[in-house]
Design a protein around this ligand. Sequence first.
Ligand SMILES: Cc1cc2nc3c(=O)[nH]c(=O)nc-3n(C[C@H](O)[C@H](O)[C@H](O)COP(=O)(O)OP(=O)(O)OC[C@H]3O[C@@H](n4cnc5c(N)ncnc54)[C@H](O)[C@@H]3O)c2cc1C
Length: 382
Amino acid sequence: MDFELTKEQQMLKETVARFVDDQVIPLAPEIDVDGAFPEKNFRAMAELGLFGMSIPEAYGGSGTDLLSCVLVMEELGRGCASTANTFGAHAVLCTENIYRNGSEEQRRKYLPGLIAGEKIGAIAITEPGAGSDATSMTTRAERKGDVYILNGTKMFITNGPVADVIVAYAKTNPAAGPRGITAFILEKDFPGFSRGKSLKKMGVRGSPTGELIFDNCEVPAVNVLGEENGGIRVLMNGLDRERIVYSICPIGVAQGAFDVAFKYASERVQFGQPIIGFQMIQEMIADMATDINAGRLVAYWAVSQAERGKRVRLEASYAKLFCSQAGLRVVDRAIQILGGYGFISEFPIERMYRDIKGIEFGAGTTQIQKLIIVRELMKTRG
Ligand SMILES: Cc1cc2nc3c(=O)[nH]c(=O)nc-3n(C[C@H](O)[C@H](O)[C@H](O)COP(=O)(O)OP(=O)(O)OC[C@H]3O[C@@H](n4cnc5c(N)ncnc54)[C@H](O)[C@@H]3O)c2cc1C
């Protein structure tokens, strides 16, 4: 198994790392305090061509591979989890979804604007009463002539307060359970669409999260994504890929925390010597570095399996589970190394501590990853 990056991947990683060092890291504290959409970073990501990486050039993308997308997510996470979360919802969950499942007409209509960053994308699955059990959603869509009428409320939608284009899921045949769900491409100006409250959060505050309300919202029938009652296929066919991309984000955050903690430990003098000389600090640093590198490996390994065309339900959940937990451990130790300074907002670690918890929930919680792992193991082991 070869984990060497190609020349193109290395160049992309270096370009994004420079952008993160020069712009994303300096803006991160302000984004956190203001709780505002990271507009400047969003524009810059569009200019760098990060929004259409897995999408062919014909639609404005750059047609790169999954690892490239993972490398970008990792670097963004290192600098600012809010910016990484915004990137994920826009580029991975919305834009790629429209590419994978959209008709030629839908691709031509929506992808260029999303890839150019002229439009902001979001995905709306979760509801106030339907989280992990997403298919129990109650948002209803009924066909009336050339339109569907949607009624219901979506909850926790990343980019929801600012999105122009939303992939939203609703029940078209409630009696059919998961097989009665349909995916729609919604525009913010469709009649009957409104935004509920923006949610105040513990972390990833610069990645706006909100409620979306469909009150007799009219969606043209041509905006069905995939087929009527085929929403579960739309939801599932990119989920493993999405999980792998999201899995690396906490490792990026952890790398950012490690960099700060290592430097601090080298400079902070107590008892007449830099604290990095103390074995208990060294132990934490060794554990942190091991967690980061193990997380990176499990995510890259999942990518390599996916790139070989394998079904990666299990690998994606291994990556998501391990990286979320490893990232939390690393940031916790980073706070410990900084002592009281880790707890105050002049240093970025307290923000990272709040942020990393917020990115654990997307693409399935820790418990849901464990359920998937056991379910998959039971299938293969009989
Ligand atoms: C910052 C943020 C951004 C988000 N962005 C989006 C978005 O863009 N689009 C979107 O659609 N959703 C989004 N979500 C929603 C996210 O997908 C859900 O929070 C997640 O699926 C969990 O649902 P829930 O919060 O309702 O928790 P629940 O499903 O109610 O779970 C509560 C607890 O019970 C556990 N649990 C649930 N079922 C089981 C089980 N069978 N066995 C054991 N434990 C279980 C969970 O792991 C959790 O610990 C976002 C959430 C957050 C916090």
